[in-house]
Design a protein around this ligand. Structure first.
Ligand SMILES: *[C@@H]1O[C@H](CO)[C@@H](O)[C@H](O)[C@H]1NC(C)=O
Ligand SMILES: [Zn+2]
Length: 441
């Protein structure tokens, strides 16, 4: 059943034009049920109407673009070869995010071949510039949908995954469904002083003042907020899998915060607080001239329990020097927290689909530390989830945007099955009552 599509995955790794996609998914592109349009020249929007117009549609998102990959960085195979080794397909994009692009389209292809037509309509959005912010792809897809007056029951985009053996202390695999993402801010710090000759330097130069400010920012990281945001819910859901009394885990979250995800310590840090990264520092043009201007850029990833405004206040007080001017270049608050209770249609339908397929997995809400295309969709849906059933095992976290990115054939098949089942599960009118025995999700 799945042999052929692997050839196709291989073929498609490096291609994204509409013509080529048409050849790979002939039924999707010839079915009278599917409406397709190219948005912003490279992104794809599909609409599969449902037979029951009373059911609010939902949307599946993925992105076609990838970050660069250089064969000389240490790849075992050329990064765009999609070569197979020991049951794994290697290639840039295999877990970010071609697996979802291909998984969704392959699932739809099979559903259509089997004569399926949905009761609940759905959209599929495949962006082409997610890795650089989605400003063309995602934003224009949103514009098209807004013009049509579309409102969505929920959105499922990339984001979190099934973590198996990468959270220390946790027994068994955990499927974390992203219910929020960290915010971001870029702040420009600048110091201006009258220019002068280097033969008569003042006690402090613009460079020295700015360097002091940057040093203070690095020495004083933002406060640890672990447990203050929605990641607290992740722990509540997983607590019983730590092999310790739940009460102990919940009343000692501080003890667990250094343990949670992942293998690399910068990752761990990213879960605990708003991170501060000084990314650019510019000043001076000539060896014997005191520069009047020194500038630095600071990129911050904002913990869901903080806002852009609070982060700016923190920077100002940490720098503590009026000569250092601060300017917000751009920024957005952490994304709203989507629902995940018993009555949440999107969350529970994703969860049911997961548990039917992977009964051994614990499902929990989580927070994405990176951003996704879905952040542009907040006007279209209240509930946005970030998840694909990609299995992440020890050693795999470095493969994201790193070398030897890969997916097992088995896992790719599981993704196809997941979307295949999810689309059909979304046809129910409403969730069964959580208390009706035997029909529990
Ligand atoms: C699409 O391509 C045309 C022609 O190259 C260009 O003028 C236009 O700006 C592109 N649109 C977007 C949204 O990229
Ligand atoms: Zn991605």
């Amino acid at each position: 059943l799945f042999g052929l599509q692997f050839l196709r995955l291989v073929t498609l790794m490096n291609l994204s034009s509409a013509a080529e996609v048409t050849l790979v998914f002939p039924t999707v592109f010839s079915s009278h049920l599917v409406q397709h349009e190219v948005v912003a020249n490279y992104s794809h929007l599909f609409w599969v109407p449902g037979s029951d117009l009373a059911l609010v549609p939902y949307m599946l998102l993925a992105h076609i673009d990838v970050v660069p990959a250089d064969e000389n960085d240490g790849w075992e195979v050329p990064p765009f070869s999609a070569k197979e080794i020991d049951g794994f397909i290697y290639g840039r994009g295999t877990i970010d995010n071609k697996q979802s692009v291909m998984g969704i389209l392959q699932a739809l292809e099979y559903l259509l071949i089997r004569g399926y037509s949905p009761q609940r309509g759905f959209f599929i959005g495949l962006g082409h510039d997610e890795e650089v912010g989605g400003l063309q792809g995602a934003m224009n897809i949103v514009r098209v949908l807004k013009k049509k007056g579309v409102q969505l029951a929920f959105i499922l985009d990339e984001g979190l995954a099934v973590l198996d053996g990468v959270i220390s202390g946790l027994q068994g695999p955990a499927a974390l469904i992203g219910i929020s993402e960290k915010g971001q801010a870029t702040v420009k710090l600048s110091v201006f002083k009258a220019p002068g000759h280097s033969s008569m330097p003042p006690r402090e130069s613009s460079i020295g003042i700015l360097a002091g400010a940057v040093k203070r920012l690095e020495d004083n990281p933002m406060p640890i907020l672990f447990g203050e945001g929605p990641e607290r819910r992740t722990f509540e859901h997983l607590a019983h899998r730590f092999g310790l009394p739940i009460k102990f885990v919940m009343s000692n979250m501080w003890l667990f915060s250094p343990l949670i995800v992942m293998e690399r310590s910068p990752d761990t840090n990213a879960f605990l607080r708003t991170t501060t990264a000084v990314t650019m520092f510019n000043s001076g043009v000539k060896v014997n001239v005191l520069p009047s201007l020194a500038e630095a850029y600071v990129n911050l990833r904002i913990h869901p329990a903080q806002t852009v405004e609070e982060v700016l206040e923190f920077i100002q007080s940490t720098v503590g020097d009026e000569r250092v001017k601060m300017e917000l270049v751009n920024g957005f608050d952490p994304l709203p927290v989507s629902s995940y209770d018993e009555t949440s249609f999107g969350f529970q339908t994703i969860k049911k689909t997961l548990l039917d397929q992977f009964p051994q997995v614990t499902v929990a809400p989580g927070v994405c530390i990176g951003n996704t295309d879905s952040r542009h969709y907040t006007d279209l849906a209240k509930d946005i989830y970030r998840f694909a059933p990609t299995w992440i095992r020890p050693g795999d976290t470095q493969r994201f945007h790193g070398i030897n990115e890969r997916i097992s054939k088995k896992n790719y098949e599981e993704l196809v099955v997941f979307y295949f089942n999810l689309i059909q599960n979304c046809d129910i009118k409403e969730l069964p009552s959580p208390h009706s025995a035997g029909h529990e999700l």
